[in-house]
Design a protein around this ligand. Structure first.
Ligand SMILES: [Zn+2]
Length: 87
């Protein structure tokens, strides 16, 4: 569990458990926020903070990373920042 991933907004390398994983499911094309280990597809990672989430949407980075035009629910992502104490 020591694998590290890069936040698409701030570019910092962090352990995966400190990042929100967002996956575009390979077959259905559905966007899954915090997918389980069985979800297979292209993924992007974001810090648990509003700044990184806002930036990812402002620059449309999330959609570009996931190569999708699906509307990703920003409020759902921001909800995770309220549930966690991590900054
Ligand atoms: Zn970040």
């Amino acid at each position: 569990m020591d694998s590290k991933r890069k936040c698409i907004s701030c570019g910092k390398l962090k352990p995966t458990e400190e990042l929100i994983k967002i996956t575009r499911e390979h077959k259905s094309g559905d966007i899954v926020i915090k997918p389980n280990s069985k979800t297979f597809g292209r993924s992007a990672y974001l810090c648990y903070n509003q700044e990184c989430i806002n930036m990812a949407f402002k620059k449309n980075k999330l959609n570009k990373m996931l190569r999708t035009n699906t509307n990703i629910d920003k409020e759902v992502l921001l909800g995770y920042t309220r549930l966690t104490n991590k900054i």
